[in-house]
Design a protein around this ligand. Structure first.
Ligand code: FMN
Length: 170
């Protein structure tokens, strides 16, 4: 049996160590979108999470230093576009300069929020509360609409610093 001291020689709350360990936690890849002053805004978000069924709530965490979050949080209606395994290019597009993120993307407004075509799931949110969470803010949102294709489109996963596809375990 190994002890925690043998496996962890680093400061347990050192930011590098925190990142390394959290790299073991796989996440979804979503594009959170909103229309701000008539312009579509987008940000890649891996921290999207379901919160409550009744009432329907979901949310995500944003770093307080993000320019994009500073813009997005001005909106009242948000889209969460859950990317499929064949949409890594969409995630890469949304890591470009903020004003270039929709260039070449297939999208339309759905209930006031930018909806990207061909995703694994679509969720429309309205703002509930923005909660301080250290160097991030937790955006707690009301779920007002959601849909997924009848024929499930497998999502892309982010793990260990890279994109992955799911594989059945059997
Ligand atoms: C797969 C992936 C997941 C991400 N998840 C988050 C997240 O949950 N919260 C966050 O604040 N930033 C997250 N980011 C980083 C932001 O998308 C990125 O820093 C931001 O869009 C940079 O633009 P800005 O500085 O203009 O805001 C993620 C990036 C990637 C590639």
């Amino acid at each position: 049996m190994t002890t925690s001291e043998e496996t962890n020689t680093e400061d347990p709350v050192d930011p590098q160590h925190f990142r390394k360990v959290m790299g073991q936690v796989p996440t979804c890849v979503t594009i959170v979108t909103a229309l701000v002053d008539g312009s579509p805004q987008a940000m890649v978000i891996g921290s999207f999470v379901s919160v409550s069924l009744d009432p329907p709530l979901a949310g995500f965490f944003c770093t307080t230093t993000s320019f994009s979050w500073g813009e997005l949080k001005k909106a009242e209606v948000f889209g969460v576009n859950v990317l499929g395994a064949d949409q890594i290019d969409v995630s890469n597009a949304c890591m470009r300069e903020p004003e270039e993120r929709f260039d070449g993307l297939d999208w339309e407004l759905d209930g006031g929020a930018p909806r990207i075509a061909g995703t694994a799931a679509w969720i429309r949110l309205t703002k509930n509360q923005i909660i301080d969470a250290g160097d991030h803010e937790f955006a707690l949102m009301n779920v007002v609409d959601m849909s997924a294709p009848d024929e499930p489109n497998e999502p892309v996963i982010f793990y260990g610093g890279s994109y992955r596809s799911l594989q059945p375990s059997d």
